[in-house]
Design a protein around this ligand. Structure first.
Ligand SMILES: [Fe+2]
Length: 136
């Protein structure tokens, strides 16, 4: 079982985004702590639905921030969000059919989160910080 924990390297330096990331990661952590054999599949699926809905909310919120600051990479960044949602749907479906374990979904989500926050969201936060600096 993968250990899902918040790390300072995930901080992007934007208060709202970091706040939402902590909740998102908290949901992934909660999934990692669900006992695979003792948790009814239906309950796991309800949790995965919560993860998906929060991801959708958080991505919308991040994309709105991008629009507000006229972020040049908004399309590319938003595509990454859409891909995550599609892959999560696919994996949830596989889990439902008993083709993969919850553990696989947790690893997938945590790896995506780590990569996306440190590489993609960090760029956005830096752009916003620069944008604010130039207005002062
Ligand atoms: Fe993002």
């Amino acid at each position: 079982m993968i250990r899902v924990e918040w790390d300072r390297k995930f901080e992007v330096g934007h208060e709202r985004i970091d706040f939402e990331h902590k909740i998102f990661l908290g949901l992934i952590r909660q999934a990692s702590l669900l006992p695979e054999t003792d948790t009814p599949r239906e309950r796991v699926l309800r949790h995965l639905d919560e993860v998906k809905k929060y991801a959708l909310f958080h991505f919308t919120s991040e994309e709105n921030i991008m629009f507000d600051v006229a972020y040049p990479d908004v399309d590319k960044h938003s595509r990454e969000h859409a891909v995550l949602l599609a892959l999560l749907d696919e994996r949830t479906h596989q889990y439902k059919n008993g083709d993969i374990l919850l553990d696989n979904i947790v690893s997938f989500l945590f790896e995506w989160f780590a990569l996306h926050t440190t590489q993609v969201d960090t760029k956005l936060a830096k752009y916003i910080a620069r944008d604010q600096d130039s207005r002062v």
